[in-house]
Design a protein around this ligand. Sequence first.
Ligand code: MG
Length: 396
Amino acid sequence: MNRKIIHIDMDAFYASVEIRDNPELLGKPVIIGALPGTRGVVSTCNYEARKYGVHSAMSVSEAYRLCPKGIFLNTHMSKYVKESEKIHKIMESYTDMIEYVSLDEGYMDVTASEKFFGSAEEIGKDLKKRVFEETGLTCSVGIGYSMTSAKTASEEKKPDGFFVIPNREAFVELIHDRPIRALYGVGEKTAKQLANRGYEVVSDLYELNPSDLDFLGKIGKEIYLHAQGYCNREVTPNEEQKSVGREYTFQSDLTTREEIEEIIHFISRQVSNILKNKGIKGKTVTIKIKYSNMKSITRSRTISYTDSARTIYDTGIKLLGFVELNHPVRLVGVTVSNMEGEQGEKQLSFEDFVSEDTEINDKIDDVIFDINKTMGRGSIKTGKEMLFEKNFRNKN
Ligand SMILES: [Mg+2]
């Protein structure tokens, strides 16, 4: 069957969100990730910054060297997640056959949607328009007969692009004289290996037998097929979330148990918020500690299903009790895994309020959580949290 695949990719996503919210940044090179003088890496930069050679995954210090006039910003993940949710909702209005690659990128198989929403092209145009109307952000949309061709199509006219590769012939026509690096699955290292044997452009692979690329291992056959426009990857809706966790690396090492406890407290609340937003619970709590000598350890404990910040925190602190703190600590992480499926709403009874301490604290957490959700994050805090945030800011 002839499949219709859409690949959508937001343009310079994090940077575009920041510019939308602060129009003064418009036209300037904007680099998101971390501030100069820190250990961070670039997560996104806009097209102005790319002109200086800045790209994602580059260290911030390298980016600063290339573009000292750039505007460097820390990431504001909660903002990006909020936009991402809006975009995902629009995508989900056409099909449930969606494979999300990241917050701002995903594949949709709209083969079966065409009879409800018009042709794949019409869906793609509508999608682009609605994303812009609802978020003020541009995206690039590619339509193909396979995942690989859809991805190639969305890159074709980036940013704010729209491009269609209707069939295998059109794909081959488009890419046959491009460097092999343009093929899906070919990274720098593979491209080098191929160049060493004299294969530079895609059409160089046409005279080969599939086994001629065996020296690349399993991927050789795949590259051979991709070069000819064959791709049998299928849009696979993402599995249910297996874990929720956060970890932080610190510029100055943590040396006391109290500091680490405060960070576990902070992360526990974050993880709890994510779990509650997604309506999921998990029963295994894991903490991760990485020392300044780069050695890292994890400790886990399985309890009953929870999404409570306090329970996650209490478990994390117990686990920390099993960790030797004989070296300065550079990274702290907390994860909840072993997720439970959809939970039925639990009715509150009077007993719930008079049961043991942790239950009551769960209820307080829930109330604080709900207030924050309606009034905006940080509207209400526990005293401990306020103290911690003050210290956390000084430290990080
Ligand atoms: Mg993107």
